[in-house]
Design a protein around this ligand. Structure first.
Ligand code: PMP
Length: 360
């Protein structure tokens, strides 16, 4: 072992050394259907107005640390109830990190059903907090008895519920979510990253519990590059979390772009409506293929299992044909044999289906 390796191993915490960095594959030249992005560019009719707004941003000054104007706009655009507060993050990833940094203390743990969004577990590990994963049922519903048992045994400081869930695409039963909320001693974060495609939300219920937080992001609605996540909930929690947030976490260009986008939300909603309709078409196409099992989705992606060939081989063939999807096979368990495709433009979806037929 070289000298530097010894020094690294001696100083960096073992749980971090044993992690793999979040891997983002190179998608150059490929039809990119791996990351739940909106395939449509910034609406053309809004471009001149947006660039004009950006041209007026004083980038020689620090951003407004509290992003006050943007928060006010978001509050009404997202229907945040009276009495709830907002915290903004550099993507919802940063909000998860802020939450876990604030809650990590000896004896505290985080809990989520699995499979789910991998960053809950990863960030918990990074901040030195034990993470309890509770298997979903075979149909990807919450396992109410298993959740109850795990919550009673571990008394988690926070439970994350992705609603709809990634990568399975389903909305959990509302009564199951409410049971988790009733049975949890700590915070319950309902992560509504895919809200634009879901048709249900717990936002209006924020006032009903003092332990519920609802998280949103602009990422899936055409603004992934801006990095803006929103956490809504009781002010008493958010005031503490705000102390963990770095002062200028939302840069000026993001604040100005998001404010402009929120003021012109209809153009982005039109894109989401298109994606919702195309999701149903894509699901219909997938269910027609022999050797493929697809799960219905309330998000902008579809989970499917390839049963006639090894998933790694199908993934590689798709990639050779110029289509990048997400390969979940290595996660094993209920995701063995599974790939996940993001809904693209109609042309991209057609290219994917054609390539999948060849690959099978
Ligand atoms: N929550 C869920 C459930 C997600 O799937 C994702 C993105 N894959 C995120 C949060 C992170 O989104 P953001 O871009 O806001 O960090």
């Amino acid at each position: 072992m070289s000298d530097i390796r010894k020094k690294v191993d001696a100083l960096v915490r073992p749980e971090i050394r044993s992690l793999s960095a979040y891997h983002v594959p190179d998608a150059s030249g490929l039809v990119k259907l791996d990351a739940m992005e909106n395939p449509y560019a910034w609406p053309a009719e809004l471009k001149a107005g947006w660039l004009d707004a950006l041209g007026r941003v004083p980038v020689n000054r620090y951003p407004d640390p509290g992003a006050r104007a943007l928060k006010e706009q978001l509050r009404s655009a997202l229907g945040v109830p009276e009495g709830a507060g907002l915290l903004l993050g550099n993507g919802s990833d940063e909000l998860i990190q802020i939450l876990l940094l604030a809650l990590a203390r000896p004896g505290a743990c985080a809990l989520a059903p699995e499979p789910t969004f991998v960053m809950y577990r990863m960030i918990a590990t990074l901040v030195g907090m034990p993470f309890v994963g509770v298997p979903l049922r075979e149909d990807f519903a919450l396992d109410r008895a298993a959740m109850r048992k795990a919550i009673a045994a571990h008394r988690p400081a926070v439970v994350f519920l992705a609603y709809p869930n990634n990568p399975t695409g389903n909305l959990f039963d509302r009564a199951d979510v409410e049971a988790v909320l009733a049975e949890s001693p700590g915070l319950v974060v309902v992560d509504e990253a895919y809200h634009a495609f879901a048709g249900d939300s717990l936002m209006a219920g924020l006032g009903s519990s003092d332990r519920l937080l609802v998280m949103r992001t602009l990422s899936k609605q055409g603004l992934a590059g801006l990095r803006l996540g929103v956490l809504a909930g009781p002010g008493a929690w958010l005031e503490e979390l705000d102390k963990v947030r770095l002062p200028y976490n939302i840069n000026s260009l993001t604040q100005a772009s998001a404010a402009f986008a929120v003021a012109h939300a209809a153009a982005f909603e039109a894109q989401c409506a298109r994606i919702r309709a195309d999701r149903e078409r894509l699901y219909g196409e997938l269910t027609k293929l022999a050797g493929v099992r697809a799960w219905p989705s309330r998000a902008n992606f579809i989970l499917f299992r390839v049963e006639s060939r090894p998933a790694d081989e199908v993934f590689a063939r798709l990639r050779r044909a110029g289509v990048l999807v997400k390969n979940l096979n290595a996660a094993g368990g209920p995701l063995a044999g599974c790939l996940r495709v993001t809904v693209g433009t109609p042309e991209e979806n057609d290219a994917f289906i054609a390539a999948l037929k060849d690959a099978l």
